[in-house]
Design a protein around this ligand. Structure first.
Ligand code: TXA
Ligand code: MG
Length: 326
């Protein structure tokens, strides 16, 4: 563990420049960072996470100047959105230059770029002096880490250092927005929502249609390769009950009683439709429940706001698509 101070950043920056791996906090989730321009270093991220090699990384920068050498062309739309939302929890997909190795983008001709708002992330990137490729710092398939101890649980012995910072307050990963098509398209929903983007862009923004499909459907072809993999699964089972508030809560009570009769330990996750709260707490609740030996999480899904829709995208995957409509 490294402290987020001058010495910590100096050591961490050297590790990155030498091809090593450093986990660090961002406002969304903890990232597992390596020099984005060093193929060998990026390969070791895939190994530490057990991540499929066709799943591209997000490249993190600490200022807009760093973007210029990574992308072929910065369109006026990309510039507008970067000025408005960066630093912050949104990632832009743009055509890449040769400076970005193929392993970083999983062989794609585009690159996903983000400028995180947390000081720890910015200081690390500055100290390293290179753009940092960083997926979420969890073992592939598990809930994303929002605390330094979550990272330690998954990555102990597999990486060189963790910068220890406060817990992540957004709590779900960044919005991924594809800017390579005529209509800006959300490939992964996040804290920066469709309507927030539309307000600034002054054009319609689309959702990648795969967001509304199940993996077993024939026309499920997400543009973000990562969206097709098993994700966010705790050890315990997860079931979602969706519908009218009253009906949902009644059904959840019944399911809870049924499960407890079998001697199971049950946790009900009810965020009362509050997307901000759900976003901040959901992954943390899953990991805490797992540590406490829970058998079943029951998620109450009703009255979601727009951020709630983004959290629901994670919930449904963590439940393996087990959703009961009441
Ligand atoms: O908030 C975040 O974005 C966190 C923190 C650490 O910054 N990072 C993160 O990275 O969530 P990761 O690797 O867990 O998720 C990256 C997502 C994946 O779904 C991936 O497929 C997609 O972004 N992605 C990356 N590059 C892409 C590209 N060139 N085209 C389409 N999708 C891309
Ligand atoms: Mg991830």
């Amino acid at each position: 563990m490294l402290n987020p101070n001058e010495n910590g950043y100096k050591v961490a920056g050297e590790i990155i420049r030498n091809g090593g791996l450093v986990a660090f906090p961002t406002e969304t989730v903890y990232g597992l960072g390596a020099d984005a321009t060093n193929s060998e270093a990026v390969k070791s991220i895939y190994i530490a996470k057990g991540r499929p090699s066709d799943n591209p990384m997000i490249v993190h920068v600490s200022n807009q100047n760093m973007v210029k050498e990574l992308v072929k062309e910065l369109t006026p739309m990309a510039q507008l959105l970067m000025d408005e939302f960066w630093p912050g929890p949104i990632t832009f997909v743009l055509p890449k230059t040769d400076k970005v190795p193929d392993v970083t983008t999983g062989g794609l001709s585009t690159v996903a770029i983000r400028m995180p708002s947390r000081d720890e992330a910015a200081n690390l990137i500055e100290s390293a002096g290179v753009p940092i490729a960083a997926p979420s710092a969890n073992t592939s398939g598990k809930p994303s880490p929002t605390t330094a101890s979550d990272v330690l649980e998954d990555m102990n012995g597999k990486i060189d250092a963790i910068i220890e910072g406060a817990n992540c307050d957004v709590g779900i990963e960044s919005t991924v927005l594809d800017l390579t098509t005529d209509t800006p398209t959300i490939l992964r929903p996040g804290y920066i929502t469709k309507s927030m983007i539309e307000k600034v862009a002054k054009v319609q923004v689309a959702y990648d249609q795969s967001l509304f499909k199940k993996p077993e459907q024939a026309d499920f072809h997400p543009k973000a390769p990562g969206m097709k993999y098993k994700h966010y699964a705790p050890k315990a089972n997860v079931r979602i009950v969706e519908g009218d508030k009253e009906a949902v809560l009644k059904k959840i009570d019944a399911l809870k009683a049924e499960s407890e009769k079998k001697g199971e330990k049950v946790i009900v996750l009810d965020y009362a439709g509050d997307g901000d709260m759900a976003s901040r707490d959901f992954f943390r609740d899953l990991r805490e429940g797992d540590r406490a030996g829970v058998d079943l999480f029951l998620i109450a899904s009703y009255d979601w706001d727009e951020v709630g829709f983004s959290v629901m995208n994670r919930m449904i995957k963590s439940a393996g698509y087990d959703k009961l409509d009441v």
